[in-house]
Design a protein around this ligand. Structure first.
Ligand code: ADP
Length: 267
């Protein structure tokens, strides 16, 4: 089982990616594709007159402020991207089926309450927040789809016990799916070649990272969103995933290249 996460950042060539998936799927490799969507949501938010706003937590982390309108924009943007992946894959003969973590309770999560943000030196509590963490994956649903020959394409949303839709982190979502399926490989494709020892110096790419060094790398080497990838990697490895690869989504045959050893392999 191979779980692939593709971010929404610029520079990713989706046709290359889908062609590579089609080649692997034709060889009988079971695959789940998990995608992001924050860039599409930013653009759509601008177009709809509700531009993205970012908040900084007291510990210094920056995240999207997801009020109800932003959540709706996120749902629209990720739904579109999901359909575009399914369209491309089906055009290449792949039996792709699109869904979000809301559908069939695929990803069950907990809504964050009392999100804290620092504004003008003061801490403010935000209640209209629709982000969440993931508690459980409906593994039976995924197994049913996979055994019926579908390639699930998953959008980064979860659903709370009360039925509320939640904006979730894509790397964490993909890691939870890989963990639930006990995938052999979790591949996190991004717009860099992997984890750099001295970001942004490309020549400092770390090609092998033993899992015993992961916690230290998360703290010392990764900044910003790369931290979330390494935290996702940790969750997946702890749950029995054999290896996590952070690979370059911008290159030709991004998946085959990563599986052949290009990128940062954590095991
Ligand atoms: P995606 O949208 O593809 O998931 P993200 O933007 O979430 O990608 O995360 C990848 C980004 O993490 C890179 O573009 C880079 O700016 C940043 N980054 C921070 N620290 C590092 C590091 N040590 N090595 C590589 N990239 C890093």
């Amino acid at each position: 089982m191979l779980v692939i996460k593709i971010g929404g950042a610029a520079g990713i060539d989706y046709s290359n990616l889908c062609a590579d998936i089609a080649g692997l799927a034709a060889q009988g490799q079971p695959i789940v594709l998990f995608h992001g969507g924050s860039d599409g949501a930013n653009t759509l938010g601008e177009q709809l007159g509700h531009p993205p706003r970012f908040i900084t937590s007291p510990s210094g982390h920056t995240s999207r402020q997801t009020d109800r309108r932003t959540l709706e924009i996120f749902m629209m943007a990720t739904a579109l991207l999901n359909r575009q992946f399914v369209e491309r894959l089906r055009g290449l003969g792949v039996n792709a089926l699109g869904l979000s973590g809301i559908d069939g309770g695929l990803l069950q999560g907990t809504r964050k309450t009392n999100v804290r943000a620092v504004e003008n030196g003061r801490v403010r509590v935000i209640r209209d927040d629709w982000t969440g963490s993931i508690d459980q994956v409906n593994r039976g649903l995924l197994q049913t789809l996979l055994s019926a020959g579908y390639l699930p394409v998953i959008a980064p949303l979860a659903v709370s016990k009360a039925g509320e839709p939640l904006n979730i982190d894509g790397d964490r979502g993909a890691a939870s799916v890989a963990a639930a399926l006990e995938a052999e490989t979790l591949l996190l494709l991004t717009n860099v070649s992997g984890l750099y020892r001295n970001f942004p110096d490309e020549s400092s790419l770390i090609d092998r990272l033993p899992r015993t060094e992961l916690a230290q790398a998360t703290e010392k080497l990764a900044q910003g969103r790369m931290k979330k990838k390494l935290l996702g990697a940790q969750t997946a490895l702890e749950a029995g995933v054999h290896r996590v690869i952070i690979g370059d989504g911008r290159r030709d045959q991004p998946i085959s290249a990563a599986l052949a050893g290009h990128g940062t392999i954590i095991e």
